[in-house]
Write a protein that binds this ligand. Sequence first.
Ligand SMILES: C[S@@+](CC[C@H](N)C(=O)[O-])C[C@H]1O[C@@H](n2cnc3c(N)ncnc32)[C@H](O)[C@@H]1O
Length: 479
Amino acid sequence: MRYQEWPLASNMGDDISSAVDASSVQWVLVVKKQDVKTVKTVLEDRCLLNRSRKITPFWTSSNNNDECCLISTTFVEWESFTGDMEHHLKELGIEDLVVDAHILTTKDPRETEFTTPLRRAVQTWITSLPKGTITDEQAMALPQELRSGYSIYLPMLLLPPSTFTTPAWSALLPTLSIDQCAALYRTIANIMSLTHVAINAPIPPSTLDSPNTLRSPVNLVPLHGDFGPPSPIASPTQTDLDAAFWVSARQNGISQTWAPRHTMFSRGNIKEKARILALPSVREAAGYTAVDLYSGIGYFAFSYMRAGMSTVVGFEMNPWSVEGCRRGAEMNGWTVEVHEERDNIKENVQGKQMILFQMDNKHAEVVVGQLSQKIPAVRHVNCGLLPTSKASWGTALSLVDEELGGWAHLHENIKIEKIDTRARHVLSICQAVLDVQRDHQGGQTTMLELEHVERVKTYAPGIMHCVLNIYIPPNPRRS
Ligand SMILES: C[S@@+](CC[C@H](N)C(=O)[O-])C[C@H]1O[C@@H](n2cnc3c(N)ncnc32)[C@H](O)[C@@H]1O
């Protein structure tokens, strides 16, 4: 991807070239037609899409005559990143989807100083302060220091962890009264037409006394609005679930919902979700079953469902996520059934589109075995746990229908320079496991195929979140 300064009125559509006259800087992204929806959704999700400019078709010889479109971003959301666009696109997980990016230069960038809703809100709050509370320098610096990477998960504004840690903010906040702080957060919520504001925090790998297997967002800091009691509530009652604060997001046209105090949400997986939706092996398996061994709130499970699978079976230990998945399935119009016991599977699972098991996926083989007469054959198994899903690889291989064969999708964090070696190593581990399984079944073994390694997103410096697509051929004894 290359980027350069514009205006390039010569090869731009009217819509975009007129932006040069506007008193703002904007980024314009050139995106292949088939990727427009994904990029648009990512930008929307981060409030980076400039809705006032239509997405316009764009052809040049440099695009290899591929049909492309121009997507215009909001100026102010991007201004802190204009020096390092490639890095920012990587952070958004869309670097491979953006063919080219251009800056539309501004006449006077100061004119747009307060034009993000967040900055406008802070500006409003500043003007409401009694004279002398802050200096003119502070009044200038406070809005400017607000970075853009916030998310809106309706009806909540989720600010990045670094918000309010910059020099002007960290000097001011300790001097404010509780009421003044509350007024700041309330003004932000009101101006942005939201009801809740929180500051995000990385999900800790462990809590005080145990590993954080459920990925509970225990460090989230609510600033405004009633978020309900904090995590952990390990075994929530229906009253707990109903009393909690729930938010939602829509990605690739699919709704998801979760209680932000109790369940993580990873926005960066949107690219992998979009890939599943279009994956030929998934499309070919329409009408069959997919199993998601770490189904969470439906992150990937929903994409299998939307892509045409007849049934999706999910395993998830976090009851808050199971409830989010159940609610989300209903929001998308799918029938759903939740089971907490591995025996006594209810008769009414037959015909249900999503069947969720609130339990450790180590029971999946037994449970799916019991379901086998009630659901179509299993063709896809998703193992979506980071930093590694290896605890479930054996289960995944055993779940795929022996007669028809199928695919396992193994998520793994891998050092970038070791991706190929590690992928081959994972394949050899899986082959050894399959050999033993087939031996027990009295069948011949078959050679697994590593169909593809998807680089989903940079997880940490030098570490890539990868998905290994492994094809499991039919068992010759059975086919
Ligand atoms: C990383 S999270 C969400 C996964 C989702 N696929 C993603 O990457 O966004 C992993 C989920 O797996 C669940 N989990 C972890 N170990 C599990 C197990 N052994 N059985 C079932 N669920 C498990 C956690 O509760 C958590 O919701």
